[in-house]
Design a protein around this ligand. Structure first.
Ligand code: CMP
Length: 138
C-alpha cells in the first residue's frame, strides 16, 4: 500500500555533513521525496512537535537539541513507507542499531540520533501536517 511518512535529518547529522549521504540512503531504499525543506526550528516549535514526550525526562534536552541548528524536514512516499523507514533508520539508540542502518552509520547517541521517522499512521498524519501545508506535498 502506497503510504507517506514524515522524517527529519536532525541537527547533529546536518552539522556533521551527513545530509547528502542520508538522502542517498533514503533514495536508494526507494522512497520518493514528496516534500523537503532545510530550516532551523525554535524551542516552542520542537516542543509542539514532540508533545507526546512532554512528561519524559529527556524532553527539555531533546527540544534544545532539535532547535540547536538547521535540520531537514521530509515527507517520503513508498509502499509500506512507515515501517520501511524505521527499518532503514535502525534502533533509537545507535548502540543497538543494526549494521547498515542510518543510525548505526551516522548517529552518535540516543538523543543525537541523526534521523527521525514517524512511528505510525496517526503520527505520520500529525507530523506531516505540523510542518507542511497540503499545497507543498507534490
Ligand atoms: P525520535 O525518533 O525523534 O523520537 C523521540 C526522540 O527522543 C528520539 O528520536 C531521541 O532523539 C530522543 N530520545 C528517545 N529516548 C531518549 C532517551 N532515553 N534519552 C534521550 N533522548 C531520547
Amino acid at each position: 500500500m502506497l503510504q507517506r511518512t514524515f522524517s527529519i535529518i536532525k541537527p547533529d547529522a546536518v552539522r556533521n555533513g551527513y545530509t547528502g549521504a542520508i538522502l542517498a540512503e533514503i533514495d536508494r531504499a526507494g522512497f520518493r521525496i514528496v516534500a523537503i525543506r532545510k530550516q532551523s526550528i525554535s524551542g516552542p516549535q520542537a516542543e509542539g512537535f514532540y508533545h507526546v514526550h512532554k512528561e519524559r525526562p529527556f524532553f527539555g534536552d531533546l527540544c534544545v537539541f532539535m532547535s540547536s541548528g538547521p535540520l531537514v524536514l521530509l515527507v517520503l512516499e513508498k509502499d509500506n513507507a512507515i515501517a520501511d523507514l524505521r527499518k532503514l533508520m535502525g534502533a533509537t539508540n545507535p548502540a543497538n542499531a543494526e549494521e547498515g542502518t542510518i543510525r548505526k552509520r551516522f548517529a552518535g547517541s540516543i538523543q543525537e540520533n541523526a534521523i527521525h521517522g514517524s512511528d505510525g499512521e496517526d503520527t505520520a498524519a500529525f507530523e506531516i501536517g505540523y510542518w507542511f501545508a497540503a499545497y507543498e506535498l507534490i
